[in-house]
Design a protein around this ligand. Sequence first.
Ligand code: NAD
Length: 293
Amino acid sequence: MTKKIAFIGLGNMGSGMAKNLVKNGFSVLAFDLSSDAMAMAKENGCELAESAKQAVERCDAVVTMLPAGKHVKGIYEETVLPNAKSGTLLLDCSTIDVATAKEVGGMAKAQGLLMVDAPVSGGTKAAGDGTLTFMVGGENTAFEQAEKVLSAMGKKIIHAGECGAGQSAKICNNMLLGASMIATCEAFQLAEKLDLDPQVFFDIASNASGQTWSMTSYCPVKGVGPASPADNDFAGGFAAALMVKDLTLAMQGAESVGAKVPMGERAAELYRAYCEQAQENGGLDFSSIIKTL
Ligand code: NAD
């Protein structure tokens, strides 16, 4: 049973996730390149490692929560794989491209180590509250062991398939989310121009065939539906820049297998243009794209 966990990458998401591991009885040895992230990890009850190497050597599981594929591949090649003891369980929770997830998983397997790719759905609030959804790729034995660790950080842990399947699920989900958010924004704009009250349109569409999560749970219109970033001038939530990242990964995934994704492509173009339009846009919640319509 995993007891001591090396946690590498304690930024906006990793910080809350590590805190929940500690809260649920795991001992966490933390490492991040940022001194602010390290200070926060200490406040959250983690022990601090002097280096990623030291964290990996001393633990029986390693969780990484890093920005992109190049960071994950780099740290796996240079530090995690050369220093992991036999029997160490490896969990990468970052959102990265499917090809890199498969490559890193393959390297771990070649070394006889169990690994899962386990990207998350849910933002910083869910990370802090321990209510993330994990989509997990890896062999059955790896999933069974990983589930015990992931349950301390999330409310839903779903086995998506073999190595890389977690990342495939994540990019397909977020491509759907990006496209459906834009469609929801368009519908509200059109409704308003046709003199329909936004609240009335919400009451109808959320009970009719047009309902989507982007409308019923995350409405982009201020004062309509349950509380959402739109009520707070689009502060917090899921940054538009991260939506661009995920849509770019989805487009790479689609290209690699020759899938046709015209709506996803258009969503990627619109979100890219939105983030390029003004520097501040990338930091706003992704539903703020309604401002451009
Ligand atoms: P972040 O930039 O806040 O945190 C990443 C951390 O990794 C930083 O603290 C950075 O210093 C650290 N880091 C980078 N390279 C390192 C290295 N070699 N060694 C040690 N530490 C290193 O990013 P985030 O918002 O926490 O996102 C992390 C991952 O989660 C990303 O892949 C992102 O796409 C995904 N994600 C984010 C959200 C969100 O709402 N923020 C939601 C779902 C998924």
